[in-house]
Design a protein around this ligand. Structure first.
Ligand code: IPE
Ligand code: IPE
Ligand code: MG
Length: 253
């Protein structure tokens, strides 16, 4: 991954694109259809999609996004043909091997959202290593949702709460929040889905309660920096009321 240091220092205040969402989450969808539309195998779509991710990480840093969460493999993706599942696992392994050093040098802190226990031990080890290795970084938090499902995340959180014997009257939204994989991080401001699908597919179902959603027909491998700019521009047109009236919001300004 190439992330020029100078660009990395740009932040929201000198960005030409208006208010930059602090936390952007992306459902990177449409790799298969991208390939199919070109008469290529699905694997090529995943390869191009992975390549595209490097550019989007770079653009996020340049725009001043502080947290980027990417949906790379869902708990439901195990239902795909075994060969494709294996390929998606291999891709993550390769990305860690190939990009870790550079991501670290560019101040990216990698975090994993999801279950590790169903993943092959060697990949588990690499994921843990990548997280530990970049733990000290703070320029961009990159949450990799891999073997992630929003419902599963809530179930795992509740199990831990019960295991720790937390009394009923201490169970609040804040507490549950802390037990999620994203514990301690702010909710996503903007959730982008590529490839034209208008569904959440089990992604950040708790954290996305008040996120702004943005859908584009563009397939993930074609979702470039300019597309990200467009998504952020549309985000800027939205009024985030959080249940309040416009009159209340005017007074707060
Ligand atoms: C997204 O692209 C990548 C993953 C879900 C891992 P898809 O593989 O879902 O592509 P489409 O939706 O079949 O086009
Ligand atoms: C969502 O995409 C999961 C990821 C992008 C990793 P899918 O392609 O798996 O979603 P569905 O099955 O169309 O809902
Ligand atoms: Mg898909």
């Amino acid at each position: 991954m190439i992330v020029p240091t100078q660009t990395m220092q740009a932040n929201s205040t000198n960005s030409p694109i208006g208010e930059v969402p602090k936390h952007v989450a992306i459902i990177m969808d449409g790799n298969g259809r991208w390939a199919k539309s070109r008469g290529l195998p699905r694997a090529e779509g995943h390869r191009q999609g992975t390549e595209n991710l490097r550019h989007i990480i770079r653009a996020c840093v340049e725009f001043g996004v502080e947290i980027l969460t990417i949906y790379a493999f869902s708990t439901e993706n195990w239902r795909r043909p075994p060969l494709e599942v294996r390929l998606l696992m291999t891709i993550l392994e390769t990305v860690i091997d190939r990009e870790l050093k550079e991501l670290d040098e560019n101040g990216v802190q990698i975090r994993h959202l999801g279950r590790l226990d169903q993943i092959a031990p060697i990949l588990q080890k690499k994921i843990k290593y990548a997280c530990d290795f970049t733990n000290h970084n703070s320029r961009l938090i990159l949450n990799v949702a891999f073997n992630y499902g929003g419902r599963d995340e809530i179930v795992q959180a509740v199990r831990r709460i019960v295991r720790e014997g937390i009394p009923e009257d201490q169970i609040t939204e804040d507490l549950l929040n802390r037990y999620l994989y994203t514990g301690g991080l702010p909710d996503p401001d903007l959730i982008i889905r590529t490839s034209g699908e208008l569904r959440v597919s089990n992604f950040l179902i708790w954290q996305g309660a008040y996120s702004e959603y943005y859908a584009t027909p563009t397939y993930w491998p074609d979702f470039d920096k300019n597309e990200l700019r467009k998504a952020i521009a549309e985000y800027n047109q939205r009024t985030r009321r959080f249940g309040k009236t416009d009159e209340q919001l005017d007074k707060e300004d």
